[in-house]
Design a protein around this ligand. Structure first.
Ligand code: HEC
Length: 231
């Protein structure tokens, strides 16, 4: 009984990714307990070492790292062309605030076989099914995620439904919700915590213009993807 518990504790410690030294320490301490108990007692063994819950600061830092890795800013921070570089660069003061109100949309339509034409700020996408605009992820109450809960954020990214509500329209391409939604609850909560910590920016993003039939087709493709795990 003790041995079994010992194995569980050790593998639990490994799964949490603690250092080998700590792992060894845990093993040694537990082995000592087993020896002390003679290996046959079922009496109370020491509780598994619990990792202290991350502080809020650690959560925000982890969230920032995940938001960077997830490339969220590539689509949610508008860009402008830097004439010297000849390259688009992010507009820092509009970080993560989505398609700027009044900014131009793509001027051309996708040619045959094109997936989308992307507008000059890299936040508007004209696709064969309609025009889509990157959302404001800053915590502004009126125009961003200020009134969202972590549960709602997780639900949106897991279900692909706008605002995380089952009866809402689907979240539209090119938002890679399913990839992001495959992260753990902890990681998604950390991302949300970071997004709630940045400066709120008031920027009302234009509603997407997508025909109802196309919305239904996209919703069906989400369901199919979920059912077949092809995401
Ligand atoms: C390839 C571009 C792209 C990337 C990368 C991207 N997004 Fe988005 N995102 C969009 C677009 C476009 C929308 C608007 C979709 C719509 O209107 O349905 C959106 C919408 C959202 C929404 C609102 C969903 C809703 O319920 O309406 C959230 C939340 C979001 N993105 C979070 C993220 C996070 C977090 C990351 C990074 C981990 C990220 N996005 C990366 C393009 C992107």
């Amino acid at each position: 009984m003790m041995i079994k518990r010992l194995q569980m504790l050790v593998s639990g410690a490994t799964a949490q990714g603690v250092t080998t030294m700590r792992h060894t320490l845990v093993t040694t301490v537990l082995l000592a307990t087993v020896l002390h108990d003679g290996g046959c007692s079922d009496r109370a063994s020491p509780a598994p070492p619990e990792r202290a819950a991350p502080s809020d600061r650690e959560l925000v830092q982890r969230g920032e790292q995940l938001v960077r890795q997830g490339g969220c800013a590539d689509c949610h921070t508008p860009m402008r062309l830097d004439p010297q570089l000849g390259m688009p660069i992010p507009i820092r003061e509009r970080a993560l605030s989505g398609h700027p109100e009044g900014a131009p949309e793509p001027s051309a339509s996708p040619g045959s076989g094109d997936q989308a034409v992307i507008g000059p700020t890299f936040t508007s996408f004209k696709t064969p099914f309609g025009v889509v605009f990157s959302s404001n992820l800053t915590p502004d109450d009126e125009t961003g995620l200020g009134r969202w809960s972590a549960a709602q954020f997780i639900a949106a990214l897991r279900t692909g439904k706008h605002g995380g509500e089952r009866t809402n329209r689907p979240i539209l391409p090119p938002m890679p919700w399913a990839n992001i939604g495959s992260s753990s609850d902890d990681d998604l909560s950390a991302m949300f915590r970071y997004l709630q910590s940045v400066a709120p920016i008031k920027n009302r993003v234009t509603e997407p213009r997508v025909a109802p039939e196309a919305l239904r087709a996209i919703a069906r493709s989400h369901e199919l993807a979920a059912a077949t795990h092809v995401r």
